[in-house]
Design a protein around this ligand. Sequence first.
Ligand SMILES: [Zn+2]
Length: 174
Amino acid sequence: MSRTATPTDEPAPEPTASADPRWRFFTEDRTRYASPWFDGRHRVMIGFGCTSAPWYTSDPRCPGSQGFHHGIDVAIPCGETLRSAVSGRVVTGGLGSAYGAKAFRIRTAERDLLVAHAQTLLVGDGDRVVPGQPIAEVGALGAPDGCHLHLERRSVGGGVSSATDPADVLALRS
Ligand SMILES: [Zn+2]
């Protein structure tokens, strides 16, 4: 059975998701993952913990001159929508310039989830967010290596030293 297509019946065009030429991958993992934080499937660029990525000062916890990465970086084209995977309250400000001028936290009862390098915020300080809600557009503010999501988990109000592996929150699935 066929019917006449009208313009409103046209499927939405595929997003022009293109690789960012600035991306550099410091993991052997080439899997493209889905996550409640973003649409589509994307690769991890830098994992949590010691890394050979050159963007971080050497850390005594790590071998050689390796630095310590306090979050997980997922390479996502500029402008893609980021969504909250949790319920919480938006807290802006108070983060270093390396996180980008529009970095913010989503504060839950148990932890702060820090979203860095966004180029556009879709929420404001004090806003309540719920799972699935668009919160920002992926950007490269403060980042030397292209557009990506840096997701970091800290204690509530905690500094970078309180960061722990956010893998469970990022909830990547292959
Ligand atoms: Zn990062």
